[in-house]
Design a protein around this ligand. Sequence first.
Ligand SMILES: Nc1ncnc2c1ncn2[C@@H]1O[C@H](COP(=O)(O)OP(=O)(O)OP(=O)(O)O)[C@@H](O)[C@H]1O
Ligand SMILES: [Mg+2]
Length: 325
Amino acid sequence: MTPLLEVSDLNISFPRDGAPLVPVDDVSFMVSPGELVALVGESGCGKTLTGLALPRLLPRGAVLGPRSAVRFDGTDLTRLSERELRSYRGRRIAMVFQDPMTSLNPVMRIGTQIAEAIHAHRKVSSRDARERVLALLAEVGIADPPARINAYPHQLSGGMRQRVLIAMALAGQPDLLIADEPTTALDVTVQAQILELLDRLRAARGMAVLLISHDLGIVAGRADRVLVMYAGRIVESAATAQLFAHPAHPYTRGLFASIPRLDATTTRLTPIRGTVPRPDQWPDGCRFHPRCPVAVSRCLTQRPPLELVAPDQRAACWVAQGAAT
Ligand SMILES: Nc1ncnc2c1ncn2[C@@H]1O[C@H](COP(=O)(O)OP(=O)(O)OP(=O)(O)O)[C@@H](O)[C@H]1O
Ligand SMILES: [Mg+2]
């Protein structure tokens, strides 16, 4: 299948005195139409910056590398003008962020906010917009839309607010929804409901979803494919079933080990020691080597490329590739 999104050599740096910070370093991946891809990794690995780079919403001061390309439906978005980008942002690529309270206007009724999102993307009459708002509220699973349309954000639960944000994101009928930690602020049951909603929406709309999370356990059950990110790089990319059955990268195995599970497999896995170093302290070679239980001498000096280690599975690990020396 032709990919909907093809990211290659995505490199994001922040110039400063001395060497620049490079929190995202040559990241490449693809998302097919209608596919649900999870991007996981601990805090500070570069997940959010990667997500923001796709519709080119990077923070001020961030510089994209010269070889970086973000091909969306064949067009390299990194080459477009701000004006040209407008027909992509919100319309073809939409984003949902973690904290619905900061993304919603507290003094505006939710119906008005969703209607604004609709008006931003297409010319519609107020009456048609209202009908669309009601339909969107129903689509995201909000009961009794005619009653809720006039609510203010604080009158809704956290899960409901997240649904409202998803409804706003759907207003432009995107082909790709980037959801950055959409459930982190919610309790476990509500998290599961939001993920189920995203899964249902992508099935119903044929919309692709890039689901960003630090929690492998939460997202992986719903994803077709998982990208594991560590210290600015993708270290493993695999079909979800394959990743669960045989995680290839020691970092992925460590992430699995930190998921609380009732079955016995956890006893074979050791949780990862230490924390992700800051971008100005990333080590040479494989950046995971100081925390890796199986590192060999080559890992200290040579960067492992992301290569096939099994069908549907790539890992950037000399040991997993059978090339450890
Ligand atoms: N505007 C900025 N200027 C300098 N460094 C930044 C900036 N934004 C992010 N960074 C750094 O880039 C790295 C990656 O940040 P990012 O927010 O993408 O991580 P993340 O994987 O989303 O983490 P989290 O799980 O905590 O959301 C971090 O070390 C962060 O400090
Ligand atoms: Mg983040």
